[in-house]
Write a protein that binds this ligand. Structure first.
Ligand code: ZN
Length: 470
């Protein structure tokens, strides 16, 4: 059937009108009319999110959304809910801080403008035992036809799928990885972006412990991020560089090592004497377990015999178990035979309770002697930070004894003395552990401290008051 000429003309006009309409609609997404109502805002936001969804490698089972529409300020956050306590606490922290920060920096924004803070994420799982997340944040400032993007920022986070612990460079890479990436990335930037580099860009590429913290492990290799204005000018935005697996053969571990100790990072050994005692010792263990950290416990033989379950739990959690004599007598007042009895009976009692070999010894009151050291026949460990927890019985005071040394310099290489028999000390532990981690310290056992911080294999000798200082 033939279409009459007149109908063809009408059809053509309809097409042109339709084209103009569609064009107008799509343009409106990028101009003044990006969104005018809450429903249009949501549409606009989901379009933004869909770009991240379309290339996301690993799908996290549950996603959270935080969408708040208002004039002039709106937020649109999409972020993962991992179902693990550690990562979720960390991610929620990022989200809440970003929200508060947004409403505070734009508190005086003109009501005629429209400002939206976006947050979206990518996730990777290149190895069974780890997930990498990168959260992107940016602000769109809509002013008439103009859309200005500001405050671009990224947050990277890697965690263990087994324990939920946060993973750092040393868990993925072998010791000396910072020097390797320093050399690799300096060469990369000089060859590829020679004339775009900012003065002082090298500061972000040295082998310092402050560098190479922003990374995710992808399917292609390791992707490092540099915040705007670090290696290149702020208008270049976030700079990322992926180092491919072919260039990681010598430096990447076969498997994520959860217990790896970073010899280049500051470290501290928490030590607890006089236990085990069920209530307070378990509360201390709950805290260490929550953060995936370790400490050294100098146990009394008589308490280990009374509460073997607590010693077993310590052993299972990878704590170092030390001997603190059977009944806490002053060894200076005993004959060599009595000293031997106090030390050896205790060692046997602690090992039979916990099923783990005792590796270090600490004499009550720090009262050591040549006889004590020969009899103990293992490292005799004193301390370099006395919290006086037995005296104050106050969590804040214990915390402050630790904090004040950091404030004056550093706790690196220190052995901190506490007692596992006080609730106040358990409470102090709940303050000290997260605080140490936030301040960049690793928690290690006493034997690890001697090995990694002082570069010495632990010997059967005295590690006295003067030893644990850097
Ligand atoms: Zn003691």
């Amino acid at each position: 059937m033939k279409t009459p000429r007149k109908s063809k003309k009408i059809l053509a006009v309809i097409f042109v009108l339709l084209f103009i309409f569609v064009a107008a609609c799509s343009v409106s997404h990028f101009t003044n009319d990006a969104y005018r109502s809450e429903s249009q805002f949501k549409e606009y936001v989901y379009e933004y999110f869909s770009e991240f969804d379309s290339h996301r490698v690993k799908q996290i089972a549950v996603e959270e959304e935080l969408i708040e529409y208002d004039r002039p300020l709106s937020i649109a956050f999409r972020y993962p809910n991992t179902g693990m306590e550690g990562p979720d606490e960390h991610i929620n922290n990022i989200v809440n801080t970003a929200k508060e920060d947004f409403y505070s920096i734009y508190a005086d924004a003109d009501r005629k403008t429209k400002i939206v803070r976006f947050m979206a994420y990518d996730a990777y799982q290149p190895k069974k035992e780890a997930i990498s997340i990168v959260i992107h944040q940016e602000d769109e400032l809509h002013d008439g036809d103009e859309v200005d993007v500001q405050n671009k920022k990224i947050y990277t986070y890697n965690y263990s799928t087994e324990t939920g612990e946060a993973l750092e460079g040393i868990n993925f890479f072998k010791g000396g990885f910072r020097a390797y990436f320093s050399q690799y990335l300096t060469k990369y930037f000089q060859e590829n972006h020679g004339d775009e580099l900012l003065d002082g860009y090298q500061n972000y590429l040295t082998a310092s412990v402050n560098n190479f913290k922003d990374f995710v492990v992808t399917d292609g290799g390791v992707k490092f991020y540099f915040q705007p204005g670090t290696v290149m000018a702020p208008e270049k935005g976030i700079v990322s560089v992926e180092v491919g697996y072919q260039d990681l053969n010598d430096i990447m571990r076969e498997k994520v090592d959860l217990d790896a100790i970073d010899p280049e990072k500051p470290m501290v050994a928490l030590t607890y004497d006089d236990g085990p005692y069920p209530v307070s010792s378990n509360r201390i263990l709950d805290c260490l377990e929550k953060y995936g950290q370790v400490a050294t416990f100098f146990e009394l033989g008589r308490n280990a015999a009374a509460y073997p379950d607590v010693v077993k739990r310590k052993a299972q959690l990878g704590m170092e178990i030390g001997n603190h004599t059977y009944s806490h007598k002053d060894l200076h007042k005993l004959t060599p035979e009595e000293v031997a009895a106090e030390i050896n009976t205790s060692k046997a009692a602690i090992e039979s309770a916990g099923g783990k070999t005792v590796t270090v010894f600490r004499p009550p009151y720090g009262n050591t002697s040549a006889v004590v050291e020969t009899t103990a026949a293992m490292p005799v460990i004193l301390w370099s930070v006395d919290t006086l927890d037995w005296k104050s019985r106050d969590a804040n005071s214990v915390f402050n004894e630790v904090k004040k040394i950091h404030d004056k310099g550093s706790l690196n290489g220190r052995v901190i003395l506490m007692h596992s028999i006080y609730d106040s000390t358990a409470q102090a532990t709940e303050m000290i552990v997260p605080w140490l981690l936030q301040n960049g310290y690793q928690l290690v056992t006493v034997s690890e401290l001697i090995q990694y911080s002082y570069g010495e294999a632990p010997q059967p000798k005295l590690y006295g008051y003067g030893y644990f200082y850097k």
